[in-house]
Design a protein around this ligand. Structure first.
Ligand code: PMP
Length: 414
């Protein structure tokens, strides 16, 4: 670890961070809440809640079309969010940032706009076995509707991608590789830069599902050289219903709009319509303006802590949790990648994950149980479902200790 990271880590004050999240200070079933369901959605700090309420209290108006003070403030706040996102992921220009409802909509936008324009029957889209359904179903829809072929990069037993299979899987028909940066089940961080380099040698475009990575580590789209990247605000202390699609400008220029309506046109006559420039041709209708104010607040909040500090604190916390979990009798953890995020999926022998989640809930601990919207992965792992704990910046080592204690209690209880 270099000294600057050590210096910054010393200013990572989890107790101070917790004070920004009033929701954490409550009892659930008469026990202090321990929220370990961050892979599903994170809690929101006061700063983000205030950013949203300040929009409604002081600046509420529609964007882009008003000629009055409130409309100007709303537009400025909305576009300010685009500037912040641009710099947060080091995109080359604000024109390459499209606001959506979230990762799911961003991927659907690519499938329906880029996909329908460039893919034809027999063309291949390569995914991985560890994708979230939101990066599978849009391609299955295209398979059904236009006859594309969806293929999957398999995983190794340690939960990493079997990249040796790439040469066999990539063919002259492969047009897109769409891959998660960080698995929401296994925690694995995939070597996306390597995959992108390999894909670009054959002129194949690459979409990165960054729903789990952008909240948890520094992400630089120029360094990565991805063609598309999607993420959601609600997993990074921002509001729900707000998300981002980054795409290279030249690709976006050539893509037709996905939704039609107000805001996205340059002119409409009875004979036809023409589109606004980038990124507006992809933002039909009144957007999630409050969401943009909130996402701005979220980016400010995370940047103040520093994404490298966030990653390093969470890595320490996650490894601490995994070490302790491995000592719980009957524990099976899925995914042993060295390079990992904080989602830890597991099963306790003889205990159904739903029962375990309920038992933990009775003890104030929120985890997730089920297939985590990754049924093909469950099939590869040979399980119906798993329990999953996922940690974020406000979780403490003491919380992990209590979690472990309750896991041990569960093994006695069942
Ligand atoms: N991809 C991954 C890896 C995810 O973890 C999630 C959310 N669980 C999504 C996509 C979908 O995100 P959203 O529901 O915010 O669109």
């Amino acid at each position: 670890m270099n000294t600057s990271v050590i210096e910054k880590e010393s200013i990572f004050d989890v107790e101070k961070i917790r004070q920004d999240f009033p929701i954490l200070d409550q009892q659930v079933h008469n026990k202090p809440l321990i929220y370990l369901d961050n892979g599903a959605t994170t809690q929101k700090p006061t700063q983000v809640i205030e950013a949203i309420s300040s929009y409604y209290l002081n600046s509420n108006a529609n964007v882009h079309r008003g000629l009055h003070e409130l409309a100007e403030r709303a537009t400025e706040g909305y576009e300010n969010c685009r500037k912040k996102v641009t710099s947060f992921i080091n995109a080359p220009s604000e024109r390459s940032i499209v606001f959506t409802r979230g990762t799911t909509e961003s991927i659907n936008l690519v499938a329906n706009s880029w996909g329908r324009k460039y893919l034809k029957e027999g063309d291949e889209v390569l995914l991985t076995e560890m994708e979230h359904h939101s990066n599978i179903v849009p391609w299955h829809l295209l398979a059904e509707q236009i006859g594309i072929v969806v293929k999957f990069i398999p995983i190794n037993s340690d939960g990493t991608l079997d990249l040796d299979s790439l040469d066999e899987l990539i063919s002259t028909k492969t047009k897109l590789i769409s891959v998660t940066h960080m698995s929401n089940v296994l925690g694995t961080i995939n070597p996306v830069k390597k995959i992108i380099e390999r894909a670009h040698q054959q002129n194949i475009k690459v979409l990165i599902d960054a729903a789990q990575s952008v909240p948890n580590m520094p992400v630089d789209v120029q360094n990565m050289d991805c063609d598309f990247l999607a993420f959601s605000s609600h997993k990074m202390v921002g509001p729900t219903g707000m998300g981002v699609l980054f795409a290279k400008e030249d690709i976006l220029e050539e893509m037709p709009p996905f939704f039609g309506g107000g805001e996205m046109i340059s002119s409409v006559t009875k004979a036809g319509s023409s589109w606004a420039g980038l990124p507006y041709k992809f933002e039909a209708g009144t957007p999630n303006i409050a969401g943009a104010f909130g996402l701005s607040g979220a980016i400010d909040y995370l940047e103040k802590i520093g994404m490298d500090n966030i990653q390093s604190y969470k890595t320490r916390l996650t490894h601490y949790a995994i070490d302790a979990m491995q000592r719980v009798p009957g524990m099976q953890i899925y995914g042993k990648a060295r390079d990992r995020g904080s989602a830890v999926s597991f099963n306790l022998e003889g205990i159904h994950p739903f029962d375990l989640a309920q038992f933990l809930d009775q003890n104030g601990i929120a985890i997730r149980a089920g297939h985590h919207c990754a049924q093909p992965l469950m099939e590869s792992l040979g399980v119906n479902g798993t329990a999953r704990a996922s940690f974020y910046i406000y979780n403490t080592f003491q919380e992990v200790d209590i979690f472990i204690e309750k896991l041990k209690k569960a093994t006695d209880f069942f």
